[in-house]
Design a protein around this ligand. Structure first.
Ligand code: C2E
Ligand code: CA
Ligand code: CA
Length: 542
């Protein structure tokens, strides 16, 4: 306020210090009027206008005395009016500037809010949670207090989401958020970490046993069923707890350990578990991996291997399958069989798949640039395919890398179709209309019926390696492979056999009319550099 007042008086002073146009005009008019009046008066008394008569009129005519004051009055009036206008204008400009500043500040606040809050529940997101946890840890360290971090995961939320749809799932998450927020004190933080995972910070605990009270309160909130579309839904949550300073002193350690405890709580159907070093003894690698996978995605520890698919007749490289690997600091290269199930369980699989799609397309652009015009196949987990985001993510990436959809194949398993056939079909149809190719992976291991296969917009069937590898020795397997090839061809689909390890097997599959082959006989999955070496060696032997 003081600053505004200062500016105003400064502006007014500036205006006052200059003779304004109003004052000058006023003085001019008054002076002309005075001169005319003096001249008239002189003429009327003396019959002429001379310096003497003018002087006499000025000395004797009292009316002129009044007129004499007019230039001064006008000068003062003009100056006053200008100052007043200056004052008002200046106030107006300051008001508008103030408005603009307030609008800019509000927009900035809005942007900060959006970056730090979950749009669905309006709860703090992971970023803000980490920040608050960091602050709380500092103050607890100073005041020698304890802190508990809860990670809470809803049980069977995926099933509800799949059965009732995303919209109902979202509403349920909002209800859970409301209940949790209502349960805790204002000084505690409830955040949504993503999916059906929430976190709560309880700062300033006196003793570890206090967490029991909080667990009880949270369990209480889940006792009451959730009303959704006229249905009463029983919802339970598993809670993992890590305590500062006992289980960790920094944000990342506490988050990892609460995550591990939550995993144990889920497994043992205990509903809650406080972190303990003993957990690691039970399944050390798996637990460490689980807590490290999130960072592995962020820290670029994942890499793609490529395994070629060979066209039987032409012996050309049809394309490659992208297979993910984790280059771990301690454990070396970890196979996807070890961490894909973890990624599926912890909800990281979507981001992991988007990473594979992006890296794969980048690689494809490089290959196309040197004339290697091949396609890429990416494995898609059931939950990722059932996520409506997938077609948009792919559309965005294809536009970014200027790739033709014909170069992209998605390998899906039968599991996808069993979980939610209607939605799977809807999304697959959309992908097919976009021009993306669909391949049925691990064919034969599930229960897919022929009738169902017919409905799918798939262009390829991949016979699982478990049948292919043994088909020369096992008659049952041989029959399965043979009939699958015939069946797929009847439905106008191509067939790829995976797990081709020998020349003999390759020849036999060629005789059966299999279209493409994939397996160690041609090449193991390898990194980009080794794959290029292999491509060059193929060109030489041709
Ligand atoms: P998959 O899709 O059935 O992939 C084929 C697997 O068979 C690969 O194992 C490959 O290395 C292996 N293989 C290929 N040819 C032969 C052969 O001649 N003999 C033998 N014994 N094995 C062969 P990998 O790379 O360990 O992948 C295992 C599984 O992990 C994949 O099975 C796939 O289900 C999953 N996976 C890999 N990458 C991804 C990914 O990016 N996303 C998702 N969702 N899953 C992935
Ligand atoms: Ca595959
Ligand atoms: Ca397979």
């Amino acid at each position: 306020m003081q600053r505004i007042a200062d500016t105003l008086s400064k502006n007014a002073r500036v205006m006052k210090s200059r003779v304004t146009r109003y004052a000058v005009t006023g003085v001019l008019i008054a002076t002309v009027a005075l001169l005319i009046a003096t001249a008239l008066s002189a003429f009327m008394t003396n019959g002429q206008i001379s310096l003497e008569s003018l002087m006499q009129a000025q000395m004797t005519n009292k009316t002129l005395w009044v007129l004499d004051t007019m230039p001064f009055i006008f000068a003062f009036w003009g100056q006053y009016v200008s100052s007043a206008i200056a004052f008002e204008t200046s106030a107006m400009v300051i008001d508008q500037t103030q408005d603009l500043r307030e609008q800019a500040a509000a927009m900035e606040n809005q942007a900060i809010y959006e970056a730090t809050h979950d749009p669905l529940t309006s709860l703090p997101n992971r970023i803000l949670l980490k920040d608050r946890l960091d602050q709380a840890l500092r103050s607890c360290a100073r005041e020698k207090k304890k802190l508990a971090l809860f990670i809470l995961d809803l049980d069977h939320f995926k099933e509800i989401n799949d059965t009732l749809g995303h919209y109902s799932g979202d509403r349920l998450l909002r209800r859970v958020a409301l209940r949790l927020k209502g349960t805790v004190r204002d000084s505690d933080t409830v955040a949504r970490l993503g999916g059906d995972e929430f976190a709560i910070i309880f700062p300033a605990l006196k003793k570890n046993e206090d967490v029991q009270i909080m667990v009880k309160k949270i369990m209480q909130t889940f006792k009451e069923p959730f009303m959704l579309d006229g249905m009463n839904l029983e919802m339970l949550a598993s809670i993992g707890i890590a305590i500062f300073p006992d289980h960790g002193r920094d944000v990342d350690t506490l988050m990892q350990r609460a995550d591990v405890a939550m995993y144990i709580a889920k497994q043992e159907k205990n509903k809650f578990a406080v972190y303990s070093q003993k957990f690691h003894a039970r399944n050390p690698k798996r637990l460490t991996l689980m807590s490290e996978l999130r960072q592995a995605i962020e820290n670029d520890e994942l890499m793609l291997f490529y395994q070629p698919k060979i066209a039987v007749q032409s012996r050309n490289i049809e394309g490659v399958e992208a297979l993910i690997r984790w280059q771990h600091k301690e454990h070396g290269i970890i196979s996807p069989d070890e961490f894909i199930p973890l990624a599926e369980r912890t909800g990281l699989i979507d981001n992991l798949t988007y990473w594979v799609l992006k890296r794969g397309m980048q690689q494809l652009v490089n290959w196309h640039a040197i004339g290697l015009k091949i396609g890429i196949a990416v494995n898609i987990s059931p939950s990722t395919l059932l996520n409506y985001d997938l077609p948009d993510v792919i559309t965005g990436l294809m536009a970014r890398y200027e790739l033709d959809p014909g170069f992209i194949t998605l390998e899906i398993t039968e599991g996808t179709l069993i979980k939610n056939p209607a939605r799977a079909l809807e999304i697959l149809t959309r992908l097919d209309e976009m021009g993306i190719k669909i391949s049925i992976d691990d064919f034969g291991t599930g229960y897919s019926s022929l009738a169902y296969l017919k409905k799918l917009p798939a262009s390829e069937v991949k016979i699982d390696k478990s049948f292919v590898m043994d088909m020369l020795h096992d008659d049952n397997d041989a029959v399965i492979v043979k009939t699958t090839i015939e069946l797929a061809h009847n439905l106008e689909m191509k067939v790829t056999a995976e797990g081709v390890e020998t020349h003999q097997l390759a020849l036999h599959l060629k005789e059966l009319g299999c279209d493409n082959l994939q397996g160690y006989y041609f090449s193991k999955p390898c990194n980009e550099k080794d794959f290029m070496e292999w491509v060059k060696s193929q060109i030489k032997t041709k």
